[in-house]
Design a protein around this ligand. Sequence first.
Ligand SMILES: Nc1ncnc2c1ncn2[C@@H]1O[C@H](COP(=O)(O)OP(=O)(O)OP(=O)(O)O)[C@@H](O)[C@H]1O
Ligand SMILES: [Mg+2]
Length: 165
Amino acid sequence: MRQYVLILYNESQTLLLGANLAKVCVLGCIFYLHGNIGSGKTTLCRGFLKALGYTKYVKSPTYTLVEFYSLSNKHIYHIDLYRLHSKDELINMGIYDCFDNKSILLIEWPKLEVDCLPNPDISISIDYYKHETYRQVVIVTCSNIGQIIVNTALHAGYFEYEVKK
Ligand SMILES: Nc1ncnc2c1ncn2[C@@H]1O[C@H](COP(=O)(O)OP(=O)(O)OP(=O)(O)O)[C@@H](O)[C@H]1O
Ligand SMILES: [Mg+2]
């Protein structure tokens, strides 16, 4: 498990981080995306999906809860759990259909308190501060494959980052 801390100065950098992660991501990889409303979670997913060839507008799944994509021979579920509050609600939305070990999951607002989500490979937290426009990002790798993906993605993007073990 390793922590990477970096600053994303504008939307393009958030899109680029998403794109770089997508280019080296493998099937079955699970991302948790933490951060307040408007921090940039969906923006990162937009960069991710576009890098895999999606050309239309990437909708936020805030209301639909799940958006499914089949791109470059990969199945991707983009999930937003903001509006859900219990394990029953998660079951009713059919979340278990998404956990098939071979799809990539991008989960905004992972609700850890309901305790029925699979563990992530990569957990990303995006923060922003009053009167500032940049985003501070903390990426925690929670598996070996997660670490390889993040290392490669950050190197490829010329991001400046700090590693904390
Ligand atoms: N690094 C950045 N610097 C400045 N602005 C950014 C950066 N990354 C994204 N943004 C902007 O911040 C906003 C983020 O909106 P987005 O929908 O991605 O947030 P979100 O975290 O998914 O919110 P929600 O919790 O409501 O789903 C967008 O307007 C985007 O252009
Ligand atoms: Mg969002």
